[in-house]
Design a protein around this ligand. Structure first.
Ligand code: NOJ
Length: 538
């Protein structure tokens, strides 16, 4: 069982976050790529849906080698997405609707086109040489160590200007910055302040656990569990190239910059096992407010495995550390593709009833699945380096209506849309009581209405072993309210016992037409059904 929180909760604790991948949300100028004005146009939709904050993936000036995760100017909007004025309008319009705006901050690496890198590579004596990670070749002329790029191949590229290698955890077009250098920290803090002054409510920090590398650049050890179908990066355990202890001090520095502006949130992107993940709250909670918890993405979709995961995570959280949950993002296969359409509804109920801040990924609310992208249409550089691992199928444009290109663009969309876009779109689904969109909206609305759901405590409920294989049961409670959540991860019916003396009302089911039903002694869950129960008023 884990704690309820007092009434002093912050917006990013009680609220929900919605991720927009700006290339794919709404295009307004017909170039087939979404833009900032498009996001502004759709703010009413987000308010209607009932989320509290929108996190926007990068829109900074960039050559787009990694679609904006290669920044050439941290304080400018790329013309593809619009102007700084468009951004100011977006934030004003969002705030008018009580929606918070979270930016994506990409401090681990810049673009190769950033003027800092142009200076750094010019000569070994350049004052910015040490802003990036340069090393002499190994004695055999090869890279300085065995570190690999996350997108395939070595993580070191030799630069002819000086003969030295520079390090890049991702593409050669994304050189890693040297966060041990105080000038880099100061420059990055200035970039944070630039956006904080414009009113942003927080940042999601890209690959935050990568920021500091082993000072001696020791070789990473082999991974004994590596399987040939996995991406090459998995060949080694990345224990020296990331997750170094010094990173916590760097994060505390960023957090201090944000705190000077009041209630701003710092979210850190971290792919690590739970025991490492929770260290990113930092000593005395001086680290990330929300170290992104991707465990639901990585855990097998089985009731017992998910129940065990929740227990483990809750138990590992430091005192005062606020939990959070994520089901999908622009780097992962869509949840509906991973667990199927019926279970995607159960997943929605899980995400929005667990304790902690949920992050929704655009399009999941209409059940977008894996959209096939023909090889000749592939966009993601990772797909070109390591075919089969690319992320395009989870980045396809949002589907708004049954018109041409589902209302996303008047031009040709940069990625294809789903074959059922004429039915799977917001317009068609918003008034359909059975749609997954309606389910998401109801869940978000319940989360607002019941503090037990948004900020209450969590308690797992034991079930007989035969049931626990398929059903995950828990309660959320606080301020005299208790809600019970029962999720059937299986595709057969299950009868779940309830206390004999208690009558419950179905607040919401993942299948429609059940709200208001009263149950006593037991409830029968349909295949793939989840329910939220409240004690019935006698
Ligand atoms: C994580 C981002 O989410 C991903 O899209 C990007 O390719 C890498 N970081 C590199 O910035």
């Amino acid at each position: 069982m884990s704690g309820t929180s007092g009434s002093e909760t912050l917006w990013w604790q009680s609220g929900t976050v919605y991720q927009v991948y700006p290339r794919s949300f709404q295009d307004t100028d017909g170039d087939g790529v979404g833009d900032l004005r498009g996001i502004t146009e759709r703010l009413d939709y987000l308010a209607w849906l009932g989320v509290d904050a929108v996190w926007i993936s990068p829109f900074y000036r960039s050559p787009m080698a990694d679609f904006g995760y290669d920044v050439a100017d941290y304080c400018a909007v790329d013309p593809l997405f619009g102007t700084l004025e468009d951004f100011d309008t977006l934030i004003a319009e969002a705030h008018r609707r009580k929606l918070r705006v979270i930016l994506d901050f990409v401090p681990n690496h810049s673009s190769i086109a950033h003027p800092w890198f142009a200076e750094s590579r010019a000569s070994r004596e350049n004052p910015k040489r040490d802003w990036y990670l340069w090393r002499d070749p190994a004695p055999d002329g090869g890279p300085p160590n065995n570190w690999l790029s996350n997108f395939g191949g070595p993580a070191w590229t030799q630069d002819p200007a000086t003969g030295q290698y520079y390090y890049h955890a991702f593409l050669p077009e994304q050189p890693d910055l040297n966060w041990r250098n105080p000038e880099v920290r100061a420059a990055m803090h200035d970039a944070l302040r630039f956006w904080l002054e414009r009113g942003v409510d927080g940042f999601r920090v890209d690959v935050i656990w990568h920021l500091v590398k082993d000072e001696a650049l020791r070789d990473n050890p082999e991974n004994p569990d590596f399987l040939p179908h996995q991406p090459g990066i998995n060949r080694f355990q990345q224990i020296y190239s990331c997750d170094r202890p010094e990173v916590l001090d760097v994060i505390a520095g960023m957090r201090a910059v944000l705190r000077a502006y009041g209630e701003r949130v710092l979210i850190g992107e971290i792919y690590l096992p739970i025991e490492r993940l929770v260290t990113y709250y930092g000593p005395d909670l001086t680290g990330a407010d929300l170290p992104f918890n991707f465990q639901l993405i990585q855990t097998p979709w089985r009731a017992e495995a998910v129940a065990a995961l929740v227990e483990e995570y809750e138990a590992a959280l430091p005192e005062g550390g606020w939990p959070n949950w994520v089901l999908g993002n622009h780097d992962q296969p869509r949840i509906a593709a991973r667990v199927g359409e019926a279970q995607a509804r159960v997943a929605a109920m899980l995400l929005l009833t667990l304790r902690g801040t949920p992050t929704l990924y655009y399009g999941d609310e209409i059940g977008l699945g894996h959209v096939p992208v023909p090889p000749e249409w592939a966009q993601d550089p990772w797909e070109r380096n390591e075919p089969g691992h690319g992320r395009d199928p989870a980045r396809t444009p949002m589907q708004w209506d049954a018109g041409p290109h589902a209302g996303f663009t008047a031009g040709i969309p940069w990625l294809p849309q789903s074959a059922d876009a004429d039915r799977r779109n917001v317009d068609e689904m918003r008034d359909d009581s059975r749609s997954i969109l309606t389910l998401y909206r109801r869940l978000l609305s319940l989360r607002r209405d019941w503090r037990a759901l948004s900020v209450g405590g969590y308690r797992g409920l034991p079930l007989p072993p035969s049931l626990a294989e398929a059903v995950f049961a828990y309660e959320r409670f606080g301020e005299g309210e208790t809600l019970r959540i029962l999720l059937n991860f299986g595709n057969t019916e299950h009868r779940v016992p309830l206390e004999k003396q208690e009558t419950w009302t179905v607040l919401l089911s993942t299948r429609s037409g059940r709200s208001g039903e009263r149950v006593q002694s037991e409830i029968t869950l349909d295949p793939d059904e989840g329910v939220i129960l409240a004690p019935a008023l006698r």
